[in-house]
Design a protein around this ligand. Structure first.
Ligand code: ZN
Length: 426
């Protein structure tokens, strides 16, 4: 945690003369970033510098207030440039910010979850559990885009929800800054949460956030195999480089929308084929398809739970489906965080273009070797027969893998024959 009131964390260096004699004149909360408004006491350079929280823990941005120079910009353009642009084109729009107070406290930790990517918001929010468990004498105040309100865990002292669309969240919102500045006057002591962009998943109890218990691994062989495809039309399961390139073109032109519809049709055929192959192997299996887009009609043996618009009850319904799934299948970027942590296992189709983002959208902890067995990645052009056989292998080999890999079986004193429960349910 980083103290910002009454003592302001100050580990900033002047980007011009490298002096540590830096005065933090103000703290600014424009949205995603929390910035120190700095003045160098040696050379008088005026600059903004990120407090080291969220992604700024790894890539703190510093930029000159007058020349707009971004310092140390290598490899962080995606993070730094939008910030500078947002400063140049500050938004004065009125946006609604709702404040819910559950508990009055004088000393707080402020967890800023504002971000422009769904997964980033969710991952920052997961940091809440650490504070609720270990720092309960301090109040926890969460600031978050409104659509995530339903995931706030019990025990927080305040929630400030901002009604912004994620795609707009990279802006510099004057209103958000004014609101936070004003609210912080109520508190004696304020710390910033480090808001790890990838918190320690092994310690996160997802039920505290979603209200849904994750898949009980002890029931793996007792329940009919259940498979859920996470469906998206902007993250297509393609068959080759050309179709992959077309799928990534974001154009409203007739030709492209026609081609895209053809690719959506191909994707549908592949999903159905995979599920049919699995149905041949596991006749009692349950098949689901969930997602935001709804093109095409699926055969009756597939429970089509896709929706055009989502709301809290649909989000919860989908979470329930994930939690009952032996395997969820999705393409990288299909919001796999909740599915991967609620289901028993997952298979992610990882495009070559996303290799650098490996693991970023997966919330399985991998603290147990059986998690590695259950969490798999495959190439983007995988054929239905290959995918079905990968899935079938996970289901068929699970009992053996569980005995070999699960932490509960490790250690010389434990023999699986004498373990207090049996995995085959007999
Ligand atoms: Zn200086």
């Amino acid at each position: 945690m980083i103290e910002i009131k009454p003592n302001i964390f100050n580990n900033f260096l002047c980007p011009e003369c490298k002096s540590s004699k830096v005065e933090v004149k103000e703290i600014v909360f424009p949205g995603i970033h929390v910035l120190a408004d700095c003045k160098c006491q040696i050379c008088n350079t005026l600059f903004f510098s990120d407090f080291p929280i969220g992604h700024a823990l790894f890539y703190p941005v510093t930029f000159n207030k007058s020349s707009y120079t971004i310092y140390d910009n290598e490899n962080i353009a995606w993070f730094a440039k939008p910030l500078l642009n947002s400063y140049i084109y500050k938004l004065n729009d009125q946006i609604s910010i709702q404040k819910k107070i559950y508990r009055q406290t004088k000393d707080i930790i402020l967890l800023n979850c504002i971000d422009y990517l769904y997964g980033h918001v969710l991952l920052k929010l997961f940091n809440a559990q650490e504070y609720l468990e270990k720092f309960n004498k301090l109040g926890l105040v969460i600031i978050i885009p409104k659509q995530f309100d339903w995931l706030i865990p019990e025990g927080v002292s305040e929630v400030w929800t901002v009604d912004i669309k994620l795609k707009d969240a990279q802006n510099w919102f004057v209103v958000i800054n004014d609101f936070i500045q004003n609210e912080l006057k109520r508190f004696s002591k304020v710390y910033l949460s480090l808001a790890f962009s990838h918190p320690e998943f092994g310690k996160i109890d997802i039920e505290k956030f979603t209200g849904i218990k994750p898949f009980n691994i002890h029931n793996f062989t007792k329940q009919n195999p259940t498979f859920t495809f996470i469906y998206r039309e902007d993250r297509l399961w393609t068959s080759g480089k050309l179709s992959s390139m077309i799928s990534e073109i974001n154009s409203q032109m007739y030709l492209f929308s026609l081609l895209k519809n053809i690719l959506i049709l191909f994707q549908k055929r592949k999903i159905i084929k995979t599920f049919r192959l699995l149905k041949n192997i596991f006749p009692n299996a349950v098949f689901n398809i969930v997602g935001i887009d709804t093109k095409g009609k699926y055969p009756a043996f597939i429970n089509d739970m896709r929706k055009n618009k989502i709301n809290i009850s649909i989000e919860k319904l989908w979470c329930k489906i994930y939690s009952e799934s032996h395997i969820v299948i999705g393409i990288h970027g299909s919001n796999m965080i909740l599915p991967s942590v609620l289901s028993a296992g997952f298979i992610e189709l990882l495009p070559m273009s996303r290799e650098d983002n490996f693991l970023q959208d997966i919330a399985k902890s991998f603290n147990n070797r059986v998690d590695v067995f259950l969490g798999r990645f495959t190439q983007e052009y995988v054929r239905p027969i290959e995918l079905a056989s990968k899935i079938a292998s996970v289901i068929n080999k699970f009992p053996e893998a569980f005995i070999r890999y699960d932490n509960s079986f490790l250690g010389h004193k434990v023999y699986y024959e004498t373990h207090k429960w049996k995995i085959d349910g007999n």
